[in-house]
Design a protein around this ligand. Structure first.
Ligand code: ARG
Length: 460
């Protein structure tokens, strides 16, 4: 008979058993479920709701069950529906009546809310640690490429010279915010819902704060309906995870481009590339492409969660069982992608000559040419127009700006002098942008220091 079978005259249809059961995916929360039950049982014993002997026996047996699960000795049953009832059944099979007392003053509604919060808090810690490791790798890469000049782009058209360090540190900033978002979302997940009961708490003299304390929560949920009915913390996490994937995906897209024969800015290591079954010459950036592709499933999970929740009346509804596969998959996907992305980036070869070469083509120094004239006293708008005409002329001559003779420069303005060549060299273009956030080596070194400070703050 089902744990809840008392009022039923007929067994559930086998199709319904299978349909209703969530053990296929919520088994992942076995550790949190057992920890939560241990804390609940200790509380019941302390409050005299069950005897100390029963409480002690429950705790001891749950610990044994946990060890057995970890040793692979336990088989979960679809018939027992979900992880909560599977564990309770295992317990009752082992200790009889004492086991049947565990569910006093508790509902699966607050139990599942507790388990999923605990599970996600643990997962957030893991994702954070992975991102911190990625950040350290990226910062090191930036430190080694402070002088690696490359073209910066807008509209994927060459714009102004920057350095590889500058480009990489842009992503370091994004991932810093991602870590911050995870920590922030964890704060709101960190609220203990057990004691909410099915929806309206309990008639027993339970001590919710004691349970929260045992489980390491900072506080308890303040409204029992809210405690069992909302999954906003999971949606927030799915959103933070989607943003992480969006950042990984953009970076991957750039690396795919940079790894093309046309760009050749980087070359993926053999160990992070794959071949083609028909074209012998191929070496494809599958890892980066797959990360870009997997971004779609994380976004899908976010949309799924939002949609599951949008029409649900308070409090618990079975629809909410659908939250788990979505949020678990989002977490698992990010945990799969971050380390492989880190390995790919740290093993790829950087072709600084190609980057340097790319930076000097495409008139990336045109703005600096205009700024040169401004410093000589010309209004910026006029300088913009003069350089625009010069660029048009240089294109017709198939030359870059720095390849024009001074005589040619002077045809467009008599303000040009010998010092123009120095002013528009790519090195000057970079080193002159020595303001907070800029690509100049000195500015970049300061940015790196403050990013490192922020990172160690977030590690605490
Ligand atoms: N497996 C369920 C879930 O994941 C547990 C809660 C069931 N509660 C209920 N009233 N049927 O949501």
């Amino acid at each position: 008979m089902k744990l809840w079978g008392g009022r039923f005259q007929k067994a559930t249809d086998a199709k319904v058993d299978d349909f209703n059961s969530s053990i296929r995916f919520d088994y992942k929360m076995y550790k949190q479920d057992i920890k939560g039950s241990i804390a609940h049982s200790k509380m019941l014993g302390k409050q005299g709701i069950i005897s100390t002997e029963d409480s002690n026996l429950i705790v001891k047996t749950l610990e044994e069950i946990l060890a057995d699960i970890e040793a692979g000795k336990v088989e979960f049953l679809v018939d027992a529906e979900d992880i909560h009832m599977n564990i309770e059944k295992l317990l009752t099979d082992r200790i009889g009546d004492a086991g049947k007392r565990l569910h006093t003053a508790r509902s699966r509604n607050d139990q599942v809310a507790l388990d999923i919060r605990m599970y996600l808090m643990d997962e957030i810690n893991e994702v954070k640690a992975m991102l911190i490791s990625l950040e350290n790798t990226l910062i090191n890469l930036a430190k080694n490429n402070l002088d690696t000049v490359m073209p910066g782009y807008t509209h994927l058209q060459k714009a102004q010279p920057i350095t590889l360090a500058h480009h990489i540190m842009a992503y370091v900033e994004m991932f810093l915010r991602d870590i911050d978002r995870l920590a922030d979302c964890r704060k709101r997940t960190d609220s203990m819902p057990l004691g909410s009961g099915a929806l309206a708490t309990s008639t027993y003299p339970i001590d919710r704060e004691f349970v929260a304390n045992l489980l390491g929560f900072s506080g308890v949920t303040r409204n029992s309906l809210d405690g069992v009915a909302d999954r906003d913390f999971a949606i927030e996490l799915a959103s933070a995870l989607s943003i992480i994937m969006m950042h990984l995906s953009r970076f991957s897209e750039e690396l795919i481009l940079w790894n093309t024969n046309e760009f050749s800015f980087v070359e993926m290591d053999d160990s992070y590339s794959t071949g083609s079954s028909i074209m012998p010459q191929k070496k494809n950036p599958d890892v980066a492409e797959l990360i870009r592709g997997k971004t779609g499933r994380v976004y899908g999970n976010l949309m799924g969660l939002l949609t599951i929740m949008k029409g649900l009346p308070l409090a618990y509804n079975k629809d909410m069982q659908e939250d788990k596969e979505a949020i678990f998959d989002a977490v698992d996907t990010v945990k799969l992608c971050v380390p492989v992305f880190e390995g790919m980036v740290s093993s790829m070869k950087i072709n600084s000559d190609k980057m340097r070469c790319g930076a000097s083509g495409g008139f990336t120094n045109a703005t600096d040419g205009a700024d040169y004239l401004v410093k000589k006293g010309m209004p910026f708008r006029d300088a913009h127009a003069v350089i625009g005409k010069l660029v048009f002329y240089a294109i017709s001559q198939d030359k870059s700006l720095e390849e024009l003779s001074l005589e040619e420069f002077r045809r467009f303005s008599d303000m040009f002098d010998h010092d123009v060549y120095e002013a528009i060299s790519v090195e000057t273009c970079v080193s002159c942008r020595n303001v907070i956030g800029g690509p100049a080596k000195e500015a970049m070194e300061k940015t790196i220091v403050s990013a490192e400070e922020k990172l160690s703050e977030l590690c605490r």
